[in-house]
Design a protein around this ligand. Sequence first.
Ligand code: ATP
Ligand code: MG
Length: 272
Amino acid sequence: MLEVKAVTRMFGRKAAVDDVSFAVDGPAFVGIIGRSGAGKSTFLRMMNRLLDATSGEIRVDGRDVLGLTGAAARAWQSHCAMIFQQFNLVPRMDVASNVLHGILNRRSTLQTMFNLWPRADILKALDILDRLGIAEQASKRAEALSGGQQQRVAIARALMQDPRIILADEPIASLDPMNAQVVMDTLKRINVEDGRMVIANLHTLDTARRYCDRVIGMRDGRIVFDGTPDQLSTGVAREIYGADDSFNEAATSTSITGDAKADRTYADLMLS
Ligand SMILES: Nc1ncnc2c1ncn2[C@@H]1O[C@H](COP(=O)(O)OP(=O)(O)OP(=O)(O)O)[C@@H](O)[C@H]1O
Ligand SMILES: [Mg+2]
């Protein structure tokens, strides 16, 4: 289904993503982990065509999406919806309209100006909100919702596009552990029930272990690990994060049951 072949992205003389290759057969839940600056976001942005690659191919069902331009590139973008750490909702707009904006590119300017949506689209948006457990929030302004609810609205907006692949760039990095779990459970459900591939950049190891079928570890733009969660030992994690023996896994945890320290990320550890 997905074949990434020798993808590289240079920024000046620095390779942010360096000769990355991997293949995914079915609709797996793939996690990408690695320390800050490893190239995780750059990779997702190339997949979504927000950023051009310097070289390489990303083939989906045999077709190189990096070679698409114009309308074909836009069509591809709607097949791989992106979710961001900061939700990227329109804060003062109501939840249902935010969700409907997932299909904005299919509409005329006039329809959009007057906020006119076909009844079928409105019903679809409400159905999706209902499925994600936030239907009762539909008429509220997005900014009035909790972070976890806002991220579910962003997922609903993505689902409006009926995407084959969902790309999530640190989807839970701004959320408390409880909301983080709800959002990850939601992504997992969409993956399992709908058969949509999910590729998520994650900053904590325990989340990657718990939700992913496959984990890709990046360091300095390159893949240094590609395997299943149970192959992701502390030693391997240490290598991915470039840490020494003092590396403490709890510091990359978002566990709800863990101690206070468990809420800290690897980045915090490096700074402390
Ligand atoms: N627009 C840009 N111009 C120049 N350098 C960039 C640009 N975007 C990213 N980089 C560099 O590319 C490298 C990879 O960045 P990227 O944002 O992909 O890392 P990341 O793994 O997502 O990190 P984080 O965990 O902090 O989000 C970094 O060294 C970064 O400074
Ligand atoms: Mg990033």
